[in-house]
Design a protein around this ligand. Structure first.
Ligand code: ITT
Length: 199
């Protein structure tokens, strides 16, 4: 049997790589940046998902052979003018602290009638240190007024996707992975990679 082609995910967020692995792990060997502890942290200095996704994909790809895929994602809230957006992971004041991020979001949304929001994800595929292609996905939904559910990560306990009445954290991985922003971007990545001679 041929070994699976390797896809390196330019993230240290194990929730992201676990979701990506669950979605495409039968077609690619999915490895994330935690497999390369010597690689420096890549500063996300961009102001758009695409700029940050490019920095991460090209930064890792310049240090390792093969296909590298990055994921820059976040939550856009209508009543907050699109915030937290690209600053989603540090909205509560501490990078990657999901409890603080959710607490700030609940506080900012208190009493607001417009609950509309969406998750966005931009992925960049890179090779030899340069972008090859980029892909985006989004899922519309609304924010609830208290945390519900223990699944997923990040803002999942506060977000109900359109067409459902439970949060991503309540719906579970299979439903989330069938319609999430990340899955919608990733489906395009897989189509693209399947059309390449990937080794
Ligand atoms: P890497 O940069 O290492 O990939 P990160 O978590 O810092 O990890 P981002 O800069 O792209 O990644 O920030 C993404 C943030 O957006 C994440 O920390 C969550 O707060 C939020 N987010 C993105 N996708 C999400 C999802 O599927 N469910 C809940 N929250 C999500």
């Amino acid at each position: 049997m041929q070994p699976l082609p390797r896809l390196i995910i330019a993230t240290r967020n194990s929730h992201k790589s676990a979701e990506i692995r669950a979605m495409i792990g039968d077609r690619f060997e999915v490895v994330d940046a935690t497999a390369f502890p010597d690689f420096p942290e890549i500063e996300e200095t961009g102001t758009t998902f695409l700029e940050n996704a490019r920095l991460k994909a090209e930064g890792i790809s310049s240090r390792v052979a093969g296909w590298v895929l990055s994921d820059d994602s976040g939550l856009e809230v209508d009543a907050l003018g699109g915030a937290p957006g690209v600053w989603s992971s540090s909205f509560g004041g501490e990078e990657g602290n999901h409890a603080k991020n959710n607490a700030r979001l609940l506080a900012e949304m208190a009493g607001k009638a417009d609950r509309g929001a969406r998750f966005r994800c931009t992925m960049v595929l890179a090779r030899d240190g340069a972008e090859v292609a980029n892909f985006s996905g989004a899922v519309e939904g609304r924010l609830v007024e208290a945390l519900h559910g223990a699944g997923g990560f990040g803002y999942d306990p506060l977000f109900i996707p359109e067409g459902f009445d439970r949060t991503f954290a309540e719906l579970g991985d299979d439903i989330k992975n069938s319609l999430s922003h990340r899955s919608r971007a990733l489906q395009q990545v897989v189509v693209f990679l399947n059309a390449q001679e990937i080794k």
